[in-house]
Ligand binder design. Structure first.
Ligand code: EPU
Length: 292
């Protein structure tokens, strides 16, 4: 039986991926697969290996640029009940890779557990956040992680403990095909106090970032000791446009897209920014978003 026949209930062909990304651009996946359990995920990986179909994993799509030509691969979406559970035992929190950060945050804050609130306003899922060590200046997710269950491109599942993990500014050592779940250690604190801190950070974020627009958050990492947003603004690029994409007027490290924007336009704007910032400041900007 072929891969598509075997997994017909959870597989669709030629699915446009733009709808699953926050930039809302990008072409189709040859297959889009939504496994309903970890066992099914393992079986899908084995079948793709057998049929030599390449694999990609899609998290929340909030930090991702998909090319207009799409991807010749089976794209696995880690979503649904099997991957979205959050459970709390004392100060230990277990969350599925598909759980939204906002969901983990509301559960933990309500339970009087501090740590996750530093991530307020970051979209996306636990899996994506761990892979890219998402964070703000109040802290990143990596500092809270105790263990991560991953699955490799060969379908091997294992748990990586704290001493086998490393996290730095927007990078982690978690590079296997997919995260399945993670365990975090938080600290007990008065829920009102955590909520107050979270609200304050949220208000600040809303006032400085274009959160109501289509974007993938910050496009570039901050170079050591510098702010990409400030460098881009000082290079005179706020409001710079290519087609339906624009450097945000509110925060210059955000590219906002309108309907009908293309991935090629986003890429062109990224290149324009890089060249101009290099010319004006002599600084090479490094992408923060993931590109396929
Ligand atoms: N600035 C400008 N012009 C701009 C944007 C910023 O002059 O257009 C200046 C600000 O005035 C400020 C400095 O640059 O003096 C820093 O800006 P901001 O406070 O907005 O923080 P950031 O360094 O640009 C980082 C993260 C954000 C995170 C915020 C708040 C990176 C690349 N960005 O932004 O993360 O939300 O701190 O903690 O590390 C993301 O990773 O996608 C992201 C949005």
């Amino acid at each position: 039986m072929s891969f598509v026949d075997e997994f017909s209930e959870i597989t669709r062909r030629d699915v446009p991926l733009g709808q699953y990304t926050w930039l809302k651009v990008g072409g189709p996946a040859r297959f889009l697969v939504e496994p309903r359990s970890v066992d099914e995920l393992e079986a899908v990986i084995q079948a793709c290996l057998r049929e030599e179909i390449s694999l990609r994993v899609l998290g929340g799509g909030s930090n991702l640029l998909v090319p207009d030509e799409g991807v010749d691969a089976a794209v696995i979406r880690i979503v649904g009940e099997a991957f979205g559970q959050v459970s709390i035992d004392g100060t230990r929190v277990r969350a599925g890779a598909g759980a939204l950060l906002s969901h983990v945050m509301s559960e933990t804050v309500a339970a009087g557990l501090a740590g996750m609130e530093a991530l307020v306003g970051i979209p996306g899922t636990v899996g994506g956040a761990i892979h890219g060590n998402s964070g703000t200046r109040h802290g990143d997710i990596g500092r809270l992680v105790k263990s991560v269950t991953v699955i490799t491109g060969k379908g091997e599942k294992f748990v990586r403990q704290e001493d086998e993990l490393s996290f730095a500014y927007r990078v982690s050592s978690v590079n296997e095909l997919a995260v399945i779940e993670a365990e975090f250690e938080l600290t007990q604190e008065d829920p009102d106090e955590i909520a107050r801190r979270m609200r304050k950070q949220w208000i600040m974020k809303k006032s400085t970032q274009p959160l109501s627009f289509q974007s993938a958050g910050c496009i570039f990492k901050n170079p050591r000791g510098l702010s990409s947003g400030a460098l881009i603004e000082q290079a005179g690029l706020k409001g710079a446009r290519v087609g339906q994409c624009e450097v945000s007027d509110r925060h210059a490290n955000f590219i906002v897209t309108q309907d009908n924007a293309t991935a090629a336009e986003v890429r062109e704007l990224i290149e324009t920014i890089r060249e101009k910032v290099k010319e004006v400041h002599g600084v090479d900007l490094e992408l923060e978003i993931e590109t396929w």
